[in-house]
Design a protein around this ligand. Structure first.
Ligand code: ZN
Ligand code: ZN
Length: 171
């Protein structure tokens, strides 16, 4: 959804998105439960728009350690300041000082691509390190078995690696 600055009320315009087309095609994760995002846009003069909103969904993504997919509930709130480059730059500076926590995005045109913004927010809310659980045992580097699901006997065998020779000497 493309929203022009001129369509946005200075008193706040609300938008609701139930589906992000662009999420269907990406490969990093799968959106499982209905996607829901609410946001309110408020126009601040000709060149700035303030946005705040909330995004809720459930995604399924692969664990970095064992590669099994697992579900993560996403519920994130965001606040963004959009501004078009040129005019009022000193005022923007002033605004940035008073609102240090606000993410600001500089746009070439006074148009907000809502899908793009929401997709970005979804990516930002993904876990930095994707683990199915803190206790995930990962995959055995020797036989490739998922250690969360099955036990293998590799750990009891002679270790491979730089210390293998030392172990041999001790015997
Ligand atoms: Zn895992
Ligand atoms: Zn193994």
């Amino acid at each position: 959804m493309q929203i022009k600055f001129t369509e946005i009320s200075p008193y706040g315009s609300s938008y609701e998105v139930q589906r992000l087309e662009s999420l269907v095609t990406q490969k990093d994760f799968v959106v499982k439960s209905p996607f829901s995002a609410q946001c309110t846009l408020k126009r601040k003069g000709d060149s700035k728009v303030e946005m705040h909103g909330r995004l809720k969904t459930c995604i399924s993504l692969p664990c970095d350690r064992c590669l099994a997919t697992y579900d993560v509930a996403i519920d994130t709130e965001y606040q963004i300041l959009f501004e078009t480059g040129s005019s009022d730059s000193w005022k923007v500076k002033e605004l940035e000082c008073t609102l240090p926590d606000l993410d600001s995005i500089v746009l070439d045109e006074p148009v907000i691509d809502l899908d793009d913004v929401l997709r970005q927010q979804l990516y930002l809310s993904l876990p930095v390190k994707s683990l199915c659980s803190e206790q995930c045992k990962g995959i055995c580097p020797q036989c490739g078995v998922n250690r969360n699901l099955a036990e293998c006997n590799c750990a009891n065998e002679t270790p491979v690696g730089p210390f293998a020779a030392l172990v041999q000497l001790k015997k």
